[in-house]
Structures are given as C-alpha cells and as structure tokens.
Design a protein around this ligand. Structure first.
Ligand SMILES: [Zn+2]
Length: 220
C-alpha cells in the first residue's frame, strides 16, 4: 500500500462519515463531518462535504465543497467563485503545506475549525474573534500578525526591504521596519519566515497590498 492510500485509510477511519469517490480522475472523499463539543461532548453540528484531492497535494490544500448549501454561496461567507470553501489566506496555506500536509490533519485542523466558525457565524451573525478577512484586507491582517504591528506602512516597509534586497547583513544593524531597534531583536525571525515563501509571490503581495492601500488612502 502506498503512502497516499495509507493516508486515505487513516482519514476514513478517523472520520467514519466519509467515503471514497472518484471525481474526474482525482480522488475525493465525500460524506458527513461531525462537529463535536470538546468541552461537554456531543455533536453540535454536521456538514455534508466533498474533499477533492488535487495533484498538488500534499503541497496544497484539497478543495472542499459543502454540499447542502448550509453555507450561503458568497465571498463574505468564505465561499470561492467555484463554490469551494475559502479555507484561509494564501500565505497561510503556503506555509502549512510547504513541507506537505497529512490528509487527516487537514480535515481535523483546517476543515473542522472552518466549519465550526461557519456554524458560529450562522448562529451569532458574526465570525468569532481572530477570523481573517478576505482578499487584500485579509493578507494585510496576516502581515499585521506576522510582524506584530497595526501599521500598514510598517508592513510595506518590511516587504519592500525584502523584495529590494535591503535586509541588513549584520544582525546589529537597525531593523528595516523603521523602529530604531537592532534587526536581530526586532523583525529578523518574522522576516525569516516570510523569506521561506516564493520570491515572486512576496513581490506580488507587496505590489497588490500597495495598490490596495493607495486605493483606500491607508484608512482601513
Ligand atoms: Zn523591526
């Protein structure tokens, strides 16, 4: 049995509501995912989903479709134009799948929390705290987190230094964020994380974010 089949089997045994189906030559799992209450036990919601495992797996997320239209088909509800669920900001996906993701971990740690946030949204009318927005706003929020700042200028300064090859050679030099702190003690670790991404991708992020911020006069 190859590694992929082993992973499918592990996932099927962990999520007994799922079964394997063939979808245009790709492998897919379909069926019910139960959301259990971690604290009090019991199932508080369930979703009927199809998980399509693309060729790029395990270095990309499988596509997940919610089959009963419990989640309204609109971007504000994290549904993509192709009706797959939008499972997060692209950088997060790149980070998580860079060295491969296990299928059962994907279902447990990405799909289930996503569905549980949708249930919360349905009941309360808003998303639980910590939810990233979509599009450029979401990407900006990701970098706010990553660089521990709430200033769009800081984010652009840092990304600009990365793509223009202006990072300090020596750790004792001053950081590129604009604060008068040593690089080593300021953004070095966070920037090292960003550097793991594809260079052209970082460049696209910078250009897109700058256009987005210019459009909104940096008032967000
Ligand atoms: Zn800094």
């Amino acid at each position: 049995m190859n590694k992929f089949q082993t992973e499918i089997n592990t996932t099927l045994s962990k999520f007994p509501g799922l079964r394997i189906i063939e979808q245009n030559t790709l492998t897919a799992l379909e069926g019910e995912i139960l959301l259990e209450d971690g604290e009090f036990g019991g199932v508080y919601d369930s979703y009927n989903v199809r998980i399509v495992i693309d060729k790029c797996f395990p270095n990309c997320f499988p596509k997940v479709f919610e089959l009963d239209k419990k989640i309204p088909r609109k971007p504000s509800r994290h549904v993509n134009p192709d009706e797959s669920l939008c499972l997060g900001v692209p950088q997060q996906e790149l980070m998580i799948t860079r060295s491969g993701i296990k299928l059962s971990d994907f279902v447990e740690n990405i799909v289930k929390p996503h569905l549980s946030r949708e249930t919360f949204r349905e009941i309360k009318g808003y998303y639980p705290h910590g939810e990233y927005s979509h599009g450029w706003k979401g990407i900006l929020e990701y970098f706010y987190d990553q660089y521990q700042t709430d200033s769009p200028e800081d984010v652009l300064r840092i990304l600009s230094a990365i793509i223009n090859n202006q990072l300090p050679d020596r750790m004792s030099e001053v950081c590129v964020c604009g604060k008068n702190r040593k690089y080593r003690k300021c953004h070095r670790v966070a920037i090292d994380e960003t550097l793991k991404l594809n260079f052209n991708y970082i460049k696209e992020m910078y250009i897109g974010l700058k256009l987005y911020l210019d459009d909104h006069n940096y008032n967000l």
